[in-house]
Ligand binder design. Sequence first.
Ligand code: AHM
Ligand code: MG
Length: 336
Amino acid sequence: MERVTLSQYLIQCDRQTSLAPEALRRVLETCAQACAGIAASIARGALGDVLGSAGSANVQGETQQKLDVIANDRMLAANAWGGALAAMASEEMDDPWPIPDGEPRGPYLLLFDPLDGSSNIDVNVSIGTIFSVLPAPDSAQVGVVNAEAFLQPGRRQVAAGYVVYGPSTVMVLTVGHGVASFTLDRESGTWWLVRDRIQVPAQTREFAINASNARHWEPPVKRYIDELLAGREGVRAQDFNMRWIASMVADVHRIMTRGGIFMYPRDRREPDKPGKLRLMYEANPMALLIEQAGGAATNGLQPILDIVPAKLHERVSVILGSREEVERVTRYHQGA
Ligand code: AHM
Ligand code: MG
C-alpha cells in the first residue's frame, strides 16, 4: 500500500471538503514539526537537560517542569512566523501571545497545552501535546489581541489534535472531517498516516478516573463508579476494568484505540473551580476529536463543545469517550 504523509492527507482532505485551506495546513504542519522536535528532546531524557523542575510556576500556580517550558518555547518559536496565526495562548502563559510586530498575522488563533501529563515526565511514562485552532476575529488580525478573542465555544474549532510521546510518537488530528492518526518516522521526520476515520466504540468495559479523589466526588459520579465497581454482581451485571495513566493524552489515546470512558469530574475540593482540566486547550480539542470519532464529551450537563468560555484558563469537568457510557453518566447528573 502506498503511504500517505500528513501533508498529502491534508491536501486530499481539502480537495474533498474544503476544510483544510492552505493557511490551516501550515499551522498543522508547523505544530507537527514542533512536536517532532519536542519528541526528540523527550527521547534524550537524562542525556539532555530536560528533566526536573524549571523552578517557576504557571498561571494555575503549578510548578513548571523544564519540559513544560521547553515545549512551550518550541511551539511559540515554530508558529511565530508564517502568516497563518494572529495569536497563541497556552497553559504555560498567563496572557495571549500575539504574533510579534513585523511578522504578518493570519486568520487563526492557536491554543495549546505544550506538555500534558507533566507529573509523568521524570518517570518516563507517556506524555503529550494538545492543540486547538480557532478562527481569529478580524480585530485580532490587527492591533492588540486580548483574551476575549479566544473566548469562543469549542464547536467553533477548525482543527484539533494531540501528539502522544509514547513508545512511538503519534499524532491524532481532526479538521472536522473525521479523525486520523499519524506516526512519526523519527529518522526522516515524516509523519505517516496510519489510521483514518477512527471510530470510538459506543460501548466499553474500561474506565479511567483518579479514584484517590473518591471521597470528594459528587453523588452522580459516585453512583456511576460504584455501579462499575460492583461488576457482575451489581446493576450493570458485567465486570469493568480500570486504567489511569495521569496523562490525559495517553488515556484519551487508549480510548481512541479501543474505547473507554475518561472522567476528571468537578468535585467538592474547590467548588469555585469546576474540575482540574482546562476547557480551552485540554477539554475542547479532546472533545472535538472524540465527537468526530463518534464518541461523546460532556461536563455532566451539556456537551463540552457548547460551553461559552468566560476565561482563557477556565477549568471544566470532563466526561468523555464511548458514547453510551458518557450518556449514562450525563443522565445521572441530570437526575435520571
Ligand atoms: P498537566 O497539563 O499540568 O499535566 O495536568 C493535566 C493532567 C492530565 O493529563 C491528567 O489527566 C491529570 O492531570 C492527572 O491528574 P492527577 O494527577 O490529579 O491524577
Ligand atoms: Mg495538561
